[in-house]
Design a protein around this ligand. Structure first.
Ligand SMILES: *Cc1c(COP(=O)(O)O)cnc(C)c1O
Length: 393
C-alpha cells in the first residue's frame, strides 16, 4: 500500500457553501489539541458563547455551537421543541422548508404546510390565515434565508404573527447569520440555528444555536423525553452550560471549535454592520456585471439575498458543462439549482470571506469568457467595467 497524500486543489468557493475559509481560521485549526474538559478549553468555550451572542444579537444564555452541521442545529430545534401530537406550521418556499416538515413528522408532530413558489418570500397573509384556522398550533417554523432560491423572508413579521397566536418560533438562519441582519432579541425569536460554513466562512461541521427562556421552558417541561439522546439540550447543557463545572456529554470537536472561535473573532473585528454592508456591496457589484451581460435574477429585488444569487441559465446553455469549465479552467465553484430549479439556475454565493471584490471580478470575467465561447446570447466586453463601477460607488 502506498496511498498518496491528499492535497486538495485550491479553489475559489462561490457556491451555496462551504465558502472560502479565511487563512486565519485554517491556521487556528492546526493548533495543539487539548482535552475538552481542560480549564483552558473551558475558557475558550465561554468566549465562543459570548461571541455567538454577539453574532445572533442576543443575551440568551443558551447560545452555543452544536457539534455537527447545520442540519443538526435544525434537528436540535425540532427534537427539543416538538412533542408527539404537537401541531407545527411549516413555511416552505424551497428545499429547506421540506426538511423542516420531515423533522416535524419524525418527532411525532403534525405539520401544517404554508407553501409559496420557489424564489418568492414566505407570504405573511397566508401564514396569518393558517395561524387563525389552526388555533391549536404550537410552533411556527420558517427559513429566513432560502439558500436553494436566494429569497429572504421577513423574520421579524413572521415571529410577531406567531406570537400573536401563542406560537413559539423555529428559525433557520443557516445562510443569513453574518451576511444579513439577524436580530434574535429585537425580533423575539424563540429558537434559531445556523451553520459555520456559510457567512461565518468557517469549516463545515458546526451549528450555532440560540434558545430563548420561553423556548427553554417548553424544553424543560416536556412530558416525554427528547427522542435524540445526543441532541437533548437538557443533557448537552451539562457540558455547555455556564460555570466552570463541566460534565462529559460527548467529546467536543476541539480543533473545529478553535476554528469557529477565530471566525467569530474576525466577525467581531469587522463588526456585524460592516459585514452586512460588505455583503450588500459585493452583491451589487456582481449584479451589475451579470446584468450588463444580460443575465437575470429569479428573485425580485425586494427579497433578494446578497449572499446567494440565483440567476437564470441562458437558453440553450449546458449547465453542467459551464460549471465544469469554471471548476477546471478557473478553479471556481458556483452552485447548481436544486429541486424544482435544477438545470434552470446557477447559485452564486457571496458568503463571508468569499464576498470580496477579486471573487466578483473572477466570477464575472470567467462566466463571460465561457458563455461567449459556447455562443450564448450575452453582451460581451461590458460586464467587468460595470463591476468596477459598482465597486467604486
Ligand atoms: C446549508 C443549509 C442547511 C444545512 O446545513 P448543513 O451544514 O449542510 O447541514 C440548512 N438550512 C439552510 C437554509 C442551509 O442553507
Amino acid at each position: 500500500m502506498n496511498t498518496p497524500i491528499f492535497n486538495p486543489p485550491v479553489r475559489t468557493l462561490m457556491g451555496p457553501g462551504p465558502s472560502d475559509v479565511h487563512p486565519r481560521i485554517l491556521e487556528a485549526l492546526s493548533r495543539p489539541t487539548i482535552g475538552h474538559l481542560d480549564p483552558a478549553f473551558v475558557g475558550m468555550m465561554e468566549q465562543t458563547k459570548a461571541l455567538l451572542q454577539y453574532a445572533f444579537q442576543t443575551e440568551n444564555t443558551l447560545t452555543m455551537p452544536v457539534s455537527a452541521p447545520g442540519s443538526a442545529g435544525m434537528e436540535t430545534c425540532f427534537t427539543n421543541l416538538v412533542e408527539p401530537g404537537d401541531k407545527v406550521i411549516v413555511c416552505q418556499n424551497g428545499v429547506f422548508g421540506g426538511r423542516m416538515k420531515e423533522n416535524v413528522e419524525r418527532c411525532g408532530g403534525t405539520p401544517v404546510m404554508v407553501e409559496d413558489d420557489w424564489g418568492t418570500a414566505v407570504d405573511l397573509q397566508k401564514v396569518e390565515e393558517t395561524l387563525e384556522t389552526n388555533p391549536d398550533a404550537k410552533i411556527l417554523a420558517f427559513v429566513h434565508a432560502e439558500t436553494s432560491t436566494g429569497a429572504q423572508s421577513d423574520a421579524k413579521e413572521l415571529v410577531a404573527l406567531a406570537h400573536a397566536h401563542d406560537c413559539l418560533t423555529i428559525v433557520d438562519a443557516v445562510t443569513s447569520l453574518g451576511g444579513t441582519p439577524v436580530k434574535v432579541d429585537e425580533w423575539e425569536i424563540d429558537s434559531i440555528y445556523s451553520g459555520t460554513q456559510k457567512c461565518l466562512s468557517c469549516t463545515p461541521g458546526i451549528s450555532p444555536i440560540s434558545f430563548s427562556e420561553r423556548a427553554l421552558k417548553k424544553v424543560r417541561n416536556r412530558s416525554s423525553k427528547v427522542q435524540s439522546w445526543f441532541l437533548d439540550l437538557n443533557l448537552v447543557m451539562g457540558y455547555w452550560g455556564s460555570g466552570q463545572k463541566r460534565a462529559y456529554h460527548h467529546t467536543a470537536p476541539v480543533n473545529a471549535l478553535y476554528g469557529l472561535h477565530e471566525s467569530l473573532r474576525i466577525l467581531e473585528e469587522e463588526g456585524l454592520e460592516n459585514a452586512w454592508t460588505r455583503h450588500r456591496k459585493m452583491h451589487l457589484a456582481l449584479k451589475a456585471g451579470l446584468e450588463a451581460m444580460g443575465l437575470s435574477f429569479i428573485v425580485d429585488e425586494a427579497h433578494r439575498l446578497p449572499q446567494l444569487n440565483a440567476v437564470s441559465i441562458p437558453e440553450g446553455v449546458d449547465d453542467a458543462n459551464v460549471r465544469g469549465r469554471l471548476l477546471n479552467e478557473y478553479n471556481l465553484e458556483i452552485g447548481a439549482g436544486l429541486g424544482a430549479l435544477a438545470g434552470k439556475v446557477w447559485r452564486v454565493g457571496l458568503m463571508g470571506h468569499s464576498a470580496r471584490a477579486e471573487n466578483v471580478l473572477l466570477c464575472v470575467g470567467a462566466l463571460e469568457a465561457i458563455l461567449s465561447d459556447v455562443g450564448a446570447p450575452i453582451n460581451t466586453g461590458v460586464a467587468l467595467s460595470a463591476v468596477q463601477k459598482a465597486l467604486q460607488a
